[in-house]
Design a protein around this ligand. Structure first.
Ligand SMILES: [Zn+2]
Length: 128
């Protein structure tokens, strides 16, 4: 299966859909036809994420949209779990616990701008 990413030039809608191949789709909002995917992910090679640890690892590997690899039955559980991140000069690392995030933050050089924040992945990543 492929997770195809579409963008409608007509109305600006972005959406994704799962198909066995990279096919054109119609805009779900304005109905514009035959839009080709601008990006696709091969789901067969993208392992499902089922635990907070796997989500943290995916984020630290730089997986752009790990939410697309979380099965529906565990998505809401994972999104309710708090995720802790440390931002250091534009590079973010993520941790399962605030203690782990704090430990990492204290290893950073004194002049590094380290900010500690916590929130849900939803709040961190689904805001555009
Ligand atoms: Zn549209």
């Amino acid at each position: 299966m492929f997770l195809n990413h579409y963008h409608c030039d007509c109305c600006g809608t972005d959406w994704t859909d799962e198909y066995p191949c990279q096919v054109d789709d119609d805009c779900p909002k304005c109905g514009d036809r035959h839009i080709s995917p601008h990006r696709f992910e091969d789901m067969a090679h993208a392992p499902y994420i089922r635990t907070m640890g796997e989500l943290v690892a995916a984020l630290n590997r730089g997986m752009g949209e790990p939410w697309n690899h979380i099965p529906g039955d565990v998505l809401s559980d994972l999104l309710e779990t708090r995720l802790h991140g440390v931002t250091n000069g534009g590079i973010s690392r993520y941790f399962e616990t605030k203690d782990d995030a704090t430990d990492y933050a204290t290893t950073l050089p004194g002049d590094a701008v380290a900010s500690l924040f916590s929130g849900t992945p939803q709040r961190l990543f689904l805001d555009d």
